[in-house]
Design a protein around this ligand. Structure first.
Ligand code: XMP
Length: 434
């Protein structure tokens, strides 16, 4: 293994992730584990040079103060106990700036760790770990084409090549050219073992006439699970496949709740997989933050468009083709979204704006086309900036660019006679329209 590691044991501090980042900023890899980790479990982790125990004011669960086990204290791993302000610990600090020299001295002088955390070493280590975990068994991966699943796919292809089976389900609600890009990059360029399932018709049939957004989401999610199960069975099921790879990243773990952190938001993503699948999990990027996942993708040679892809909801264009989905309006969403993305890229806004897309409501308005009355659909442009998607501000698109985009949509997209620009921040609005 190429990288040293400092383990953080989680005593319920909300700042554990900041601490992990702080240590990684020193150039040393750091991972967070639950406070009740056993010595045996600790010893299976590679290259552990020391432990930081980080208690916040929240390290009381059900009236009891929690601590790490005595047997961990009894090991000869160097242990540093720190706390944020006035708690009776070895080290107290109120800013990371203040903590940094002490942390640095612990990590390098006491633990003797080397500053060898970089993406090249991370990839090399993960390749070794994956090979050790998987042996000669097969690994299944639902490859949506999003940043996380793409990076996992590239990492596994490097580690085990054709032992990885990627399943890409095109639910017909993908953006323009997106499924084609997955096939091009993974099927052709990286020569992956890729199963491409075109389920567009199946989805459109299931969704016909369904206008309620929650019901639409449920149908899209359930259908995904059914298709994934069918494919897994077709590939030989548990007999033939030993593992399931997932693009879980560190914020997913935090948001779904750890032993000590409260659940911030539960994930009901499409891409959520059947609970009764008996596969062992391979989650090579579960300790990475989003920017590190992108760096890992670049290190693995994935194209920029894939690595810097904007967030895209699991139910895809399904929640942007408002109300009951029709082919006509789905095409209008897809084509107008493609124009918006193209123009944002030309204007250099694609990496600057967090999320930008179009939505098409299920009503028509009156217009004029070829000197006659036309009754057609409306395209709504949405562009927002946010840090955590809990609140969002509107991106102020320059007038000439808005006019150019509007002109193109009206000229190039069928069945559309009106373009609107949504100025509502979150809250009171949400980012998506449904
Ligand atoms: P809202 O609309 O709640 O969206 O402000 C916040 C962020 O979440 C995305 N989003 C979803 N992502 N499945 C997903 O995977 C969903 O059902 C879903 N709904 C919203 C949205 O695109 C935005 O980034």
């Amino acid at each position: 293994m190429k990288q040293d590691m400092i383990v953080i044991l989680d005593l319920g501090s909300t700042e554990n992730t900041a601490l992990a980042r702080e240590i990684r900023n020193l150039g040393v890899y750091s991972e967070i584990y639950p406070h009740d980790i056993t010595v045996t479990e600790l010893r299976t982790l590679p290259n552990v040079k020391g432990i930081v125990v980080y208690g916040g004011p929240n390290n009381i669960i059900n009236g009891e103060k929690i601590d790490i086990s005595q047997e961990v204290y009894n090991t000869d791993y160097p242990i540093m106990a720190i706390a944020h302000e006035n708690i009776g610990s070895e080290y107290n600090f109120s800013t990371w700036e203040e903590a940094s020299p002490q942390l640095k001295s612990f990590v390098f002088d006491v633990c003797g760790a080397e500053a060898n955390w970089n993406m090249e070493n991370f990839v090399a280590d993960q390749v070794e770990l994956i090979r050790n975990q998987v042996g000669n068994k097969k690994v299944l991966l639902a490859l949506s084409g999003g940043v996380d699943s793409s990076v996992v796919a590239a990492l596994l292809i490097k580690a085990i090549g054709k032992q990885l089976v990627c399943v890409h389900v095109n639910h017909g609600l993908m953006r323009k050219d997106e499924s084609e890009n997955v096939v091009e990059v993974f099927g052709k360029q990286l020569d992956a073992n890729l199963v491409y399932v075109d389920a567009s018709e199946r989805y459109l049939t299931k969704l016909a006439g369904i206008a309620d957004p929650e019901q639409k989401r449920k149908i899209i999610g359930a259908e995904f699970i059914r298709i994934f199960e069918e494919e897994s069975r077709r590939l030989g099921g548990n007999e033939a496949i030993g593992f399931l790879a997932q693009g879980t990243i560190y914020p997913d773990i935090v948001e779904s709740g750890t032993k000590t952190a409260k659940v911030i938001k539960s994930h009901h993503n499409v891409g959520g997989l059947p609970e009764d699948m008996k596969f062992e999990l391979v989650e090579p990027i579960r300790q990475l933050f989003k920017d590190e996942v992108r760096a890992c993708g670049l290190e693995l040679g994935l194209p920029d468009e894939m690595v810097y892809r904007q967030p895209f909801p699991g139910p895809g264009l399904g929640v942007r083709c408002l109300g009951a989905i029709t082919r006509e309006r789905l095409t209008a969403v897809r084509e107008s979204d493609a124009i918006l993305r193209e123009e944002f890229k030309i204007a250099g806004l694609d990496k600057k704006v967090w999320q930008y897309f179009t939505a098409v409501p299920d009503f028509k308005s009156v217009g004029m086309r070829d000197n006659a009355r036309s009754i057609e659909y409306t395209v709504i442009i949405r562009a927002v900036n946010t840090i955590d998607a809990m609140t969002a501000a509107i991106e102020e698109i320059e007038w000439p660019l808005l006019q150019k985009i509007t002109g193109r949509i009206l000229a190039e997209v069928d069945n559309v006679n009106r373009v609107c620009y949504d100025l509502s921040p979150k809250p009171v609005a949400t980012i998506e329209w449904e």
